[in-house]
Write a protein that binds this ligand. Structure first.
Ligand SMILES: Nc1nc2c(ncn2[C@@H]2O[C@H](COP(=O)(O)OP(=O)(O)OP(=O)(O)O)[C@@H](O)[C@H]2O)c(=O)[nH]1
Ligand SMILES: [Mg+2]
Length: 291
């Protein structure tokens, strides 16, 4: 569906200016070889398809009876994905940076622009995902760690005049203390919160703590989205089983959850471009083109 758009994209990559830009990106600390869709356009169509839309690669293994339409609830065009990237690309006029941290709601910055936050068990990959989303920002520092409980504050990252991303401490480690003090009050009271991304580890599937978080989002009545992390780590059959389980939970037990789980790997960069596009869209910055 997005391949006809590819021609324009490829010709853009040959511009000397863009090449310089790529050079700059490749030296930045967060950089990944697929940070930009321009880099993605260099690989084969098949690889590009599963990098941009990770569910595509799995779809063929699903049985006929499974309702696949939910997995395509958000299906932007390639042009939309390209446009979304502009919001994640800093320039003189478009600053992107760490803004502040808070351990209590009364320390949280007062911001009028739309906000999205990332919650999930400790070690699920929240900070890594934010780091990947901001991989085009040379100087931003998003700390990740193998040790659970690394993020101890609510960290606000501001995409000037467009939206704010909030990295949260994880639950499961020292929980419920951090959660009661920070995350719950934040979710309950934050006025500019547009979407909550609830991360679930695709290599282990839904755990008890994830169910509690799902119930909490339902109880607070906030709109939220499941993001399935570390899809590179799971065997395909195992990942499919976990995704179908999540799909059943979404259908049968939720009202505020977006029907489509977003699949990501911050290591391989799968699903990151799609998520950038979704964030730009749900924060009201990117109307989708009709395809
Ligand atoms: N294989 C793989 N590992 C990942 C991925 N994302 C994160 N990790 C690893 O998982 C570990 C935890 O990542 P973080 O991003 O710090 O996790 P977090 O959810 O922010 O953790 P807390 O701050 O403790 O709540 C690190 O060792 C990451 O390198 C992924 O997509 N694939
Ligand atoms: Mg973290």
């Amino acid at each position: 569906m997005f391949y006809p758009m590819l021609e324009g994209l490829l010709s853009r990559t040959l511009l000397p200016k863009t090449r310089k830009g790529l050079l700059l990106i490749s030296t930045c600390r967060n950089s990944h070889k697929f940070s930009s869709v321009i880099d993605v356009a260099m690989i084969s169509e098949k690889k590009m398809g599963s990098l941009l839309f990770p569910f595509q690669g799995l779809e063929k293994y699903l049985m006929g009876g499974v309702n696949k339409s939910h997995f395509h609830a958000f299906l932007p065009s390639f042009e939309d994905i390209k446009s979304a990237e502009a919001f994640f690309t800093p320039s003189k006029r478009h600053s992107i940076d760490y803004y502040s941290s808070a351990v209590r709601m009364d320390h949280a910055p007062v911001i009028s622009e739309p906000e999205v936050c990332f919650i999930g068990r400790s070690n699920v990959g929240k900070s890594s995902l934010i780091k990947a989303l901001f991989s085009l920002v040379p100087d931003i520092e998003v700390r990740v760690s193998k040790t659970p409980g690394h993020t101890k504050k609510m960290n606000f990252f501001m995409v000037k005049k467009a939206f704010t991303l909030v990295d949260m401490p994880g639950y499961g480690f020292k929980a419920p203390k951090d959660f009661e003090d920070m995350v719950e009050p934040y979710l309950k009271t934050r006025k500019n919160l547009r979407r909550t991304f609830l991360l679930i580890d695709g290599s282990v599937g839904v755990q008890k703590a994830d169910r509690i978080a799902l119930d909490m989002c339902e109880e607070f009545g906030i709109p939220y989205v499941i993001v399935v992390t570390k899809i590179d780590k799971a065997k395909q059959g195992e990942l499919l089983r976990h995704i179908l389980e999540m799909q059943n939970i979404i259908e049968d037990h939720t009202t505020g959850c977006f029907p489509q789980p977003f699949l990501v790997s911050s290591v391989q960069f799968s699903g990151i471009h799609l998520l950038r596009c979704f964030i730009a869209h749900v924060t009201g910055n990117l109307p989708l083109r009709l395809t």
